[in-house]
Write a protein that binds this ligand. Structure first.
Ligand SMILES: *Cc1c(COP(=O)(O)O)cnc(C)c1O
Length: 394
C-alpha cells in the first residue's frame, strides 16, 4: 500500500498564521484561566468594542457562530414569521439557515455570473408587499455595491442585514463591510480571514436597540439575570477564550487582507492568458477593498478541459482546490419544500458548475502561486496545444 504524500500547496495554511502568535495566544489563554471569566468575560467585551469599531459600527455582540449571528441578528432587527427576506441562491447554506431560524420566509434570487454577487435587479423584481429585508452576501470577500444596495433598500423601505462572514474589513466605494445595514453578521470559523480556534461569530450594529435585543437573545432571552423577556432566546455566546485569541489576531487582520490582495493580483496577472482557453477569474469590481477570502476562477464551457478534470489534475500535481459551492441553496435536498427547482436561477446554477477556488492564504508565496498557475497551464495546454504551451509558460 502506498501512502499518499502531503499536498505541495494546501488550500489553506493556518500554521503560518499561528506560529508567530503562539506565545501571545498561550499568554492570553492563561490570563483567562487565571481570571476565570469564561463566559461573557472581559476579553469578550474588549473584542466586541474593537471589532465593532474596526467595522465602523458602535456595537458588537459576540455569539457562538456566524449562523447564529445571522439568525439572532435578524430577530433583533425585528424580522419575524410572515416576513419575506431576500437572499442570493449562491451562498453558503448558513445564510439561508439563519433566515429560516429567524422564522422568516426566504426568497431566493439569482446572482451576476461574472462577479457571483447578488443580482440587485433580480432582487428588486422579487419584492412583494411582505418583503421586509434583504441579506446581501459579500461573497468571497467582495462587497455588494453599497450605493445601489442602499438605493434599492430606500426605494422599498427594506431592512439591510449583511452576511459579512467572508468580508472582515472588506471595503468598497469608501464603505466598510458591516456598516451598511441595520446589522451585519461575521463568522470567526478558523479559516475565515479572521478566525478563532474553533467556532465563533459576531453581530455588529450601530442601533442601540438591536444590540440590546441581540445581547438578550444570545443569553437565554434574559433582560437581566433570571428575568427573561425574549421568547426566542437561546444560549449562544462567543467564549471569552476565543475572544481573547481574536484580540491577539485583530491587529494583524488588515495586513493579512493586504497580503491576500497582493496574492490575488499575482494570480490575476498570471492567469490572464488563460482567458482565451475559457478560464476566467470571478470579476473584482471592488478594487483594492476586495479581501479575497477565496480566490475563485470559472472554468467555462470554452475550456478544453472540464472543471472536474482540471481539479483532478491539480490534485495530482499537489495543488488542493475547493468549490464554493457545488450545489446552490435552492437545489439542496433539505430545502426542497421552498418550492424551487432546477432552472430557477440560471446564473447561480451555471456558476456552481464552473467555479473552482484556488489556494489562498496570507503567507502563500509568489512561487507557490506560480506553481499553481503553471500546473493549470500544463493541464489545459496538454489537451489543447503543446505549441501554445511554450508561449504561455513563465
Ligand atoms: C462561514 C459562513 C457563514 C456561517 O458562519 P459559521 O460561523 O460557520 O456559522 C455564513 N455565511 C457565509 C457566507 C459564510 O461563509
Amino acid at each position: 500500500m502506498t501512502i499518499p504524500s502531503p499536498p505541495t500547496i494546501p488550500f489553506v495554511d493556518l500554521t503560518w498564521q499561528h506560529a508567530p502568535l503562539q506565545e501571545a495566544i498561550q499568554g492570553v489563554i492563561k490570563a483567562v484561566m487565571t481570571q476565570g471569566d469564561f463566559v461573557l468575560g472581559q476579553a469578550l467585551s474588549d473584542f466586541e468594542t474593537r471589532f465593532a469599531a474596526a467595522c465602523g459600527t458602535r456595537f458588537g455582540v459576540g455569539v457562538g457562530c456566524g449562523t447564529d449571528a445571522i439568525a439572532l441578528g435578524l430577530m433583533a432587527c425585528g424580522i419575524a414569521a410572515g416576513d419575506e427576506v431576500i437572499l442570493p441562491a449562491n451562498t453558503f447554506v448558513a445564510t439561508l439557515i439563519g433566515v429560516l431560524r429567524a422564522g422568516a420566509t426566504p426568497v431566493l434570487v439569482d446572482c451576476d455570473r461574472a462577479t457571483a454577487l447578488i443580482d440587485l435587479a433580480a432582487a428588486e423584481q422579487a419584492i412583494t408587499p411582505r418583503t421586509r429585508a434583504i441579506v446581501p452576501v459579500h461573497l468571497y470577500g467582495q462587497m455588494v455595491p453599497p450605493q445601489a444596495l442602499q438605493d434599492l433598500a430606500d426605494r422599498h423601505r427594506l431592512i439591510v442585514f449583511e452576511d459579512a462572514a467572508q468580508a472582515h474589513l472588506a471595503q468598497r466605494d469608501g464603505y466598510t463591510a458591516g456598516s451598511l445595514g441595520l446589522g451585519a453578521a461575521f463568522s470567526f470559523y478558523p479559516s475565515k480571514n479572521l478566525g478563532a480556534l474553533g467556532d465563533g461569530g459576531m453581530l455588529v450594529t450601530t442601533d442601540e436597540r438591536v444590540a440590546k435585543v441581540a445581547r438578550s437573545l444570545r443569553n437565554y432571552g434574559a433582560a437581566s439575570k433570571y428575568y427573561h423577556t425574549e421568547p426566542q432566546g437561546t444560549n449562544s455566546r462567543l467564549d471569552t477564550l476565543q475572544a481573547a485569541v481574536l484580540n491577539v489576531k485583530l491587529p494583524y487582520l488588515q495586513g493579512w487582507n493586504q497580503a491576500r490582495h497582493a496574492i490575488a493580483q499575482h494570480y490575476d496577472r498570471r492567469l490572464a492568458p488563460l482567458a482565451e482557453c475559457g478560464i476566467v477569474t470571478v470579476r473584482n469590481d471592488a478594487g483594492p477593498g476586495h479581501i479575497y477570502h477565496l480566490y475563485v476562477v470559472r472554468v467555462t464551457e470554452t475550456c478544453p478541459l472540464g472543471r472536474t478534470e482540471l481539479q483532478t489534475q491539480l490534485t495530482a500535481a499537489g495543488v488542493q482546490t475547493g468549490i464554493h459551492y457545488p450545489i446552490p441553496c435552492h437545489l439542496q435536498p433539505a430545502f426542497r419544500s421552498l418550492g424551487y427547482g432546477p432552472g430557477y436561477f440560471p446564473a447561480a446554477e451555471a456558476l456552481s458548475q464552473e467555479i473552482l477556488s484556488l489556494p489562498m492564504y496570507p503567507g502563500m508565496t509568489i512561487e507557490q502561486v506560480d506553481y499553481v498557475v503553471d500546473a493549470m497551464v500544463e493541464a489545459v495546454f496538454a489537451v489543447r496545444s503543446p505549441v501554445l504551451l511554450q508561449e504561455v509558460r513563465g
